[in-house]
Design a binder for this molecule. Structure first.
Ligand SMILES: C[S@@+](CC[C@H](N)C(=O)[O-])C[C@H]1O[C@@H](n2cnc3c(N)ncnc32)[C@H](O)[C@@H]1O
Length: 266
């Protein structure tokens, strides 16, 4: 079992704490405490991002006919993991989860509760090295790269600043997938915050030792969705992507702070 360093904040555990989970340590809670001071609605954003994930998976399985998912930066198991949502509609769906945090590996059993007619796998790998994900035996055994795959990159690209070439990484991953595949991606934005709030929020995460870059809709669109065909309604605050609640119950973009989209590889 890989070493889990509890002395430093880690994104998977910070996000778990934001979502009200139970797998986090003092350093993670301190980092989130500082973030909540700067951005008091940060919990709303995490919950809305998770709800977007569920709606996007349901769309892909029920309407786009997708039966394979590659979920990178999957996070700790929580409610409505990708395979649970997908297999509730199409039990034969196959899902590979990838994360670089050893704590996710330690809890991965909860991600491997596949319906018997489908399949799930967990791979510890780093998004910085997309070839190691694409070439991993568990990925190759679980997914058929001759058939469309939905690549899921939710709330993970903001941990890759531009100098780490996130656009090149996304392009390498998409390049390995056949036409008709999809990308679902979300990330934090400061588009709906005033500059001081945004800067304080970003600094709170960076001070905890976690590389972090917020992006505008234009920057995120260029990075992730260039050359793809956006599914309506396009790149929007995640709460506004095919919402299932009444308009009056959708939190305003400034409380959400995440952009997301679903797009098809032509
Ligand atoms: C905020 S959580 C998002 C979880 C889930 N995708 C969601 O949107 O609900 C981000 C996850 O990305 C993982 N992560 C961060 N950097 C990564 C990298 N370079 N490679 C793989 N996973 C990474 C973290 O460990 C964490 O579990």
């Amino acid at each position: 079992m890989p070493e889990i360093d509890t002395s430093r904040a880690h994104p998977a555990r910070m996000y778990d704490y934001l979502l009200g989970g139970k797998d986090h340590f003092e350093a993670d809670r301190e980092a989130i405490g500082a973030l909540l001071k700067a951005v008091p609605n940060a919990r709303t954003g995490a919950r809305e991002n998770r709800a977007f994930l569920g709606r996007a998976v349901r769309f892909l399985v029920a309407e786009a006919g997708i039966r394979q998912f590659l979920d990178i930066g999957s996070g700790l198991p929580t409610a409505n993991n990708v395979h649970e949502v997908a297999q509730s509609i199409a039990p034969g769906t196959r899902v590979v989860y990838v994360d670089n945090d050893p704590i996710v590996m330690a809890h991965a059993r909860a991600l491997l509760t596949s319906h018997p007619s489908g399949q799930t796998a967990y791979v510890q790998a780093d998004l910085h090295d997309p070839e190691s994900v694409l070439g991993h035996p568990a990925v190759r055994e679980t997914l058929d790269f001759g058939q469309p795959v939905a690549l899921m990159l939710l709330a993970v690209l903001h941990f890759l600043p531009d100098d780490q070439d996130p656009a090149g990484i996304v392009s390498t991953l998409l390049g390995a997938l056949p036409p008709g595949s999809y990308l679902v991606a979300s990330q934090t934005t400061a588009d709906f915050h005033d500059e001081a709030t945004a800067a304080d929020g970003i600094q709170a995460v960076r001070r905890a030792g976690v590389p972090f870059q917020s992006r505008s809709a234009a920057e995120f669109g260029d990075l992730a969705f260039t050359g793809l065909k956006l599914v309506a309604p396009g790149l929007v605050p995640v709460s506004e992507w095919r919402p299932e609640t009444e308009p009056g119950l959708i939190p305003p973009p400034g409380e959400v702070g995440y952009l997301g989209a679903v797009a098809r590889k032509p």
